[in-house]
Design a protein around this ligand. Structure first.
Ligand SMILES: Nc1nc2c(ncn2[C@@H]2O[C@H](COP(=O)(O)OP(=O)(O)OP(=O)(O)O)[C@@H](O)[C@H]2O)c(=O)[nH]1
Ligand SMILES: [Zn+2]
Length: 218
């Protein structure tokens, strides 16, 4: 096996450090009283809006919303990298592996409104070192179920793969629609944001980069 991508891991660690409030890939602990506290906060929001949280339609809502947040933001307490630990070798495969159209739902950390779309992931295995295709989708799923920025989601998908699988190169393209742009503020429905990240040998090899980017865009 050739040199692992330790330099890429270090580069990633540096990139993710000190970027105003940046949160790392590692999971955080779930407070024991999370459900109760979220429900109490939701009840307070309803009261602040002038609503009656005890009326029939609302009385179960704080609890329900608490369960919903613990579900859609549950990736905070999971480590995406564990899914990549199961690996296998296919020495004869020298080309890229591309998983397109991984659907995801995330929450923008500015407004806690959903953004959702597709992630497309490519990597160039090191010495045939592969992971299961579903594992790439699992990584996307864990990282998406956190308060996120689309750019950070894109970076962290690549960083997780680099750290555990140590491939020669990774490229990630994420396209998404942000409800905070559609439902409020500018109220721009239908605009899509595209973010990309390229790491490893594809950063220098412009021909390969263009070829993989074209395949990722589909
Ligand atoms: N770069 C980036 N920006 C995002 C993402 N999700 C939401 N935003 C933006 O975050 C910005 C927050 O801007 P602020 O000016 O602090 O908040 P705001 O007053 O609600 O902004 P408006 O949406 O323009 O009304 C907005 O421009 C959002 O469109 C994301 O994933 N990446
Ligand atoms: Zn937002």
């Amino acid at each position: 096996m050739t040199k692992p991508a330790a330099d890429l891991v270090a580069l990633d660690a540096a990139r993710h450090k000190g970027q105003g409030g940046e949160r790392p890939i590692a999971p955080i602990a779930l407070p024991e009283d999370a459900q109760v506290r979220i429900a109490a906060a939701m009840r307070e929001i309803l009261l602040a809006l002038g609503e009656d949280p005890d009326r029939e339609g609302l009385f179960e809502t704080p609890d329900r919303v608490a369960r919903m947040y613990l579900d859609v933001l549950g990736g905070l307490h999971e480590d995406p990298r564990v899914h990549l630990h199961k690996q296998f070798l296919a020495d004869q495969h020298e080309g890229a592996v591309i998983v397109r159209d991984i659907g995801f739902h995330s929450m923008c950390e500015h407004h806690l409104l959903p953004f959702f779309g597709k992630a497309h992931v490519a990597y160039l295995p090191e010495a045939g070192r592969l992971t299961g295709l579903s594992k790439i989708a699992r990584v996307v799923n864990v990282l998406a179920r956190r308060p996120q920025l689309q750019e950070r989601l894109t970076d962290q998908i690549a960083a997780s793969i680099i750290e555990v699988l140590e491939p020669k190169a990774v490229m990630v393209l994420v396209e998404a629609e942000h409800m905070c742009m559609a439902m409020r503020g500018i109220r721009n429905v239908g605009s899509r944001t595209v973010t990309t990240v390229v790491r490893g040998v594809w950063q220098r090899d412009t021909a390969a980069r263009a070829e993989i980017m074209a395949l990722l865009k589909g």
